[in-house]
Every structure is written in C-alpha cells, then in structure tokens.
Design a protein around this ligand. Structure first.
Ligand SMILES: Nc1ncnc2c1ncn2[C@@H]1O[C@H](COP(=O)(O)OP(=O)(O)OP(=O)(O)O)[C@@H](O)[C@H]1O
Length: 299
C-alpha cells in the first residue's frame, strides 16, 4: 500500500503539488490522469523516492520511501525519458540489475527472450526508442517488483507490443498482487486496464474513484421534447454539459441514474436514451467543470 499524506512540492513560485493525500491499495492498477503540467510526473517522482517532499509524507509498507534503499529495491520505475548505461548490452544491464535488485528472477529473464525479439548482446542505447521501452519492461518485470511506476509507459511501442506488455503486467498483478501506478494521456488504454483513477489538476487530486464507480455517478443522456428544456427539469442535478442539435439534447449529468431518468420521463420525452460514457469524456467534462475547457480559437 502506498500512503501519501499532505504532500506539497514547489519549484520556485510554481506549486507543482498542493497538499495531496491519497492511498493506493496493494494489487490495484491506479491510473493518474491530468492536463499537461498538472503535476503527474512530480507526484510519480516522489512515489519513486527521487524527490524529497517540501512537506508531507509518502510511505510504502509504513516506511518513508525517500532515501530508503530497501523500499526502493522493491519498486521499479519506468520514466518517460529512459536512461541506460551507454556501454552496456541488454545482457550486461541484466547482470547489473541482478546485483541491484535482490529479487531478480533470471529464469524469467531467459523465458522472456522469446517474448521480446531483441538480441541480448545489443547495446541498449543503440536500440530504437520503442525497443528500449521493451527492454525497460523486460528488465522491470524480472526485478519482481511489488510496485511498478510507469510514466507514459507505452509511448513509442507498436500496437502489438503494447498489448503484449499490458498482458505481462496484468498477469503479474493477478499472480503476485503487484501494484501498478500508471500516468498516461492514452485514456482508452487506461480505461481498459485501470481499477482506480485519479485526476490531477493544478497540483491537486480533483477526482479519485474506482473506475466502475466513476462511471455510475456521471451519465450521458440523449433526450428530445416538443418544447421543453431538459435543464429546467434537472435543476436539482449538476449538469456538466448541455448541447442541442435540432430537437435532440445531449446532456452530461452527475447524480443518481434512476432519479435523473425518472425526472425526464415524467415530462413525456419523444426520445430518451442513456449512452455509454468513455473515460475521455469523463476527463473532459470533469475538468471542464473546474475551468479547464476545450475552447476554440479561430486563426
Ligand atoms: N524540475 C523542475 N523545475 C522547475 N519546475 C518544474 C520541474 N518539474 C516540474 N516543474 C513544474 O511543475 C509543474 C508540474 O510539472 P509535471 O512535470 O509534474 O507535470 P505533468 O502533469 O507530468 O505534465 P505533462 O503531462 O506535460 O508531462 C509544471 O508547471 C512544471 O513546469
């Protein structure tokens, strides 16, 4: 379990993290979303024990992670900008990892040689960006981490390799109860794999929920009336979005699904449909309500 309490970090006068508190349960896959500059990487680097907090704490298994080699050897961090030693081949890097990580599993490393089709004698830094990402996952999963921290992890991987990599991660979660913290702008992918979602904006976590619960609280509705405005009927609910195309209204509404539908039903709509909502839509409408909107500038 990762426990974060009142974590704050500033860079000069930029408050990158503003009093963040949260808990990430063991065995969960926690997706961290947020606009550019929201604070995702800064939060991740604190959890990986790289940054020292200005105030607050990050505890893993009840121990502070910063400058704690024991805790750090039980987690594996794949940053957005990978780093490998210049002269080392994959095989030599694996040997180095075997010394660094007490739980290194060499059997696994050998077994995965067929899964990742790269010659282990090749120098890692001479490989393509996507191949280096594959090596990062390959070596990472062989360190048998309790926690995997992934910043834009599948950026640069081809679609087949993305599936293969997620397949490995999910197996590890199922078999070893690994905790995965993943930050990505690829919301479709996060939607497929995450059990929990946290949305960060201006250094604060503004929405945090189990993915299934997130979807039961916010609804996309298509409704048409002869001459009524649906927002008048829904005054007791939070309408995050309303647009109209002819007589058809598209609504994004927060609240109890049955109550919202019954309210609309009472006014005898010509059409009333509940549509499925994607994580991307939740992201856009939740942040729209907090001042981060899609506006259009004509150039
Ligand atoms: N080392 C640093 N020095 C100064 N400012 C920094 C540093 N690292 C981050 N920041 C600032 O902190 C804020 C949060 O940055 P961070 O990299 O955590 O955002 P992010 O959510 O990961 O963004 P992105 O999606 O664009 O990668 C930004 O305003 C950024 O400019």
């Amino acid at each position: 379990m990762i426990e974060i309490n009142n974590l704050t970090k500033s860079f000069g006068d930029i408050k990158a993290l503003d009093n963040i508190s949260t808990t990430i349960e063991t065995g969960s896959i926690y997706g961290l979303l947020g606009p550019n500059g929201a604070g995702k990487t800064t939060l991740i680097k604190h959890i990986a024990g790289i940054y020292r907090p200005d105030s607050g704490s990050i505890d893993i298994k009840d121990k502070s992670v910063y400058e704690n080699p024991e805790i750090k050897s039980s987690l594996y961090y794949i940053p957005d900008d990978l780093y490998f030693f210049n002269q080392y081949s994959i095989k030599e890097t694996a040997k180095f990892y075997a010394r660094m990580y007490p739980s290194w599993n060499h059997e696994r490393f050998k077994k995965l040689q067929d899964y990742f089709p790269i010659d282990i004698n090749k120098r890692v830094t001479k490989l393509s960006k996507g191949m280096q990402k594959q090596v990062a996952f390959w070596l990472g999963i062989c360190t048998m981490p309790d926690i995997m921290i992934l910043d834009e992890p599948v950026d640069g991987l081809d679609p087949v390799m993305r599936k293969k990599v997620w397949n490995l991660m999910l197996q590890d979660v199922a078999e070893r109860d690994t905790t995965i913290l993943v930050s990505s702008h690829n919301l479709r992918e996060l939607e497929e794999i995450c059990s929990h979602i946290g949305i960060i904006y201006n250094g604060k976590i503004v929405v945090e929920r189990e993915l299934d619960n997130l979807k039961t609280d916010i609804h996309k509705i298509q409704v048409a009336f002869d001459d009524l405005s649906p927002t008048e009927l829904l005054q007791d609910f939070e309408v995050l979005h309303h647009s109209k195309n002819g007589s058809i209204n598209l609504l994004i509404v927060r609240g109890d699904k049955e109550e919202i539908l019954s309210q609309l039903q009472q006014a005898n709509p010509l059409i009333l449909d509940l549509l499925s909502l994607t994580l991307e839509e939740i992201f856009i409408y939740e942040l729209g309500g907090k001042g981060y909107e899609i506006d259009t500038t004509i150039i």
